[in-house]
Design a protein. Structure first.
Length: 139
């Protein structure tokens, strides 16, 4: 007897086009941000390719679409210019962009998910880069 796995529902109401729009608007703002722009500019060689990869990440996380391959933690750890304090700036800009690009309930849900992921990346960077004899970062 073959068991079929149930289809996982979307996390919240959003379309792939809305995700693409948000990602495009967000990275347009990142490129001109005084603190984040230079960090991203040195790391990103092909902006359209990067934006499509990030949109695929969000479609996978929210819409449960296949297509993203990568390890965000490893990518962020490999770039020594990315600092834990950058994540607050990133999240504030993301939330503001989401509020401008999406319906209020969708923007709020997307921002909550981005905050959870951003905090995980920030904690990961802090813990992997901490001195050997220091306690781990837990909050």
């Amino acid at each position: 007897m073959t068991r079929t796995m149930p289809i996982r529902p979307h996390m919240f109401d959003i379309t792939a086009d809305e995700i693409a729009t948000l990602v495009n608007q967000f990275y347009a703002r990142i490129r001109v941000h005084p603190d984040l722009g230079p960090v991203f500019d040195r790391a990103i060689e092909d902006w359209p390719e990067h934006e499509e990869k990030i949109a695929a990440f969000w479609r996978g996380a929210i819409l449960r679409e296949a297509g993203y391959s990568g390890n965000p933690m490893q990518v962020h750890l490999a770039n020594s210019e990315i600092l834990p304090e950058h994540f607050r700036l990133w999240l504030d800009l993301f939330e503001d962009t989401a509020k401008k690009a999406l319906k209020p309930a969708t923007a709020e849900a997307f921002s909550h998910l981005a905050t959870r992921i951003g905090k995980g990346l920030s904690f990961g960077i802090e813990n992997f880069r901490r001195e050997a004899d220091t306690p781990p970062v837990l909050s």
